[in-house]
Write a protein that binds this ligand. Structure first.
Ligand code: DC
Length: 258
């Protein structure tokens, strides 16, 4: 992959930079042109966010990729993911983040290597929730995510983007869909990858995960103040993107007239 336009502010940036207080970040006018998309697993956040960004010509930021990149690098360097001290120290001292934009998406390079498919491996997917549970990890990665959004004209996707990363975003969407529908989408996705699983097992796994996400102490899933719930159960991808863009543009028009 050949990086197209680099973001100078990010080149060579490490996580040693401390995050600025949220109160100051919230004042930034540029977050008015940021859309944050949150919601449970399997609601289609990523695909929808990418589509919305593409249609608006905005930068697409997949915040989960940062958690995945940390996990991938920790595995490479044999750092214990379930040791809070080790992972935090590793993130602070050994991760040489670089970001660039390719095809309007924020891409990650670590210690000189562009990351892509390796972030989606089964092992990385399985271990990332463990790395994402530590408050210091979340604080440092949110700081990077805010910096990615600070230039405005961006769509941020991820489960705490509306509640913690950019609560001052111009539009905050909580994308949801009925358990049955999310299970079916996952089922057909797996079938298309020639993986055979029972629909009933997927449904049960989603139901249990929803329950765990609502109840967990660290970052329970909830609707942020001012966020709009968009139910995608009976909507196609394009209809969902249309709806989000209509909400965003209506909000912009309203703000201009006040
Ligand atoms: O959205 P995803 O599957 O790529 O996310 C990967 C993991 O990172 C998943 O365990 C959820 C976690 N994550 C998070 O804790 N906060 C975010 N803003 C994004 C993802």
């Amino acid at each position: 992959m050949i990086p197209t336009d680099w973001i100078p502010a990010f080149a060579g940036m490490t996580t040693k930079k401390t995050s600025r207080p949220l109160s100051r970040l919230n004042d930034q006018k540029s977050f008015a042109t940021v859309i944050a998309i949150d919601g449970p697993a399997g609601a289609g956040k990523s695909t929808v966010a990418r589509l919305v960004a593409k249609r608006l010509g905005y930068l697409f930021v997949n915040t989960g990729d940062m958690y995945r990149a940390l996990t991938w690098k920790a595995l490479q360097d044999k750092v214990k993911i379930n040791s809070r001290d080790q992972i935090v120290k590793f993130l602070k001292n050994n991760m040489k983040w670089q970001f660039h934009v390719h095809d309007k998406s924020l891409k990650i390079s670590l210690n000189g290597r562009d990351l892509g498919r390796e972030l989606r491996s089964e092992k990385v997917s399985r271990l990332t929730p463990a790395a994402a549970q530590y408050p210091e990890v979340r604080r440092l990665l949110r700081s990077l995510q805010r910096q990615a959004a600070a230039g405005g004209r961006a769509v941020l996707e991820g489960r705490d983007t509306t509640t913690h990363v950019v609560p001052a975003a111009g539009l905050k969407v909580y994308l949801d869909a009925a358990v049955e529908e999310r299970a079916k989408r996952r089922y057909y996705q797996l079938l298309s990858e020639n993986k055979r699983v029972k629909l009933s097992s997927i449904r049960e796994a989603i139901r249990i995960r929803d329950l765990q996400e609502r109840k967990r102490k660290i970052m329970p899933s909830y609707l942020a103040p001012g966020a709009i719930r968009v139910d995608t159960t009976n909507l196609t991808l394009h209809e969902t993107a249309d709806k989000i863009i209509r909400l965003y543009e209506a909000g912009r028009r309203r703000k201009k007239t006040v």
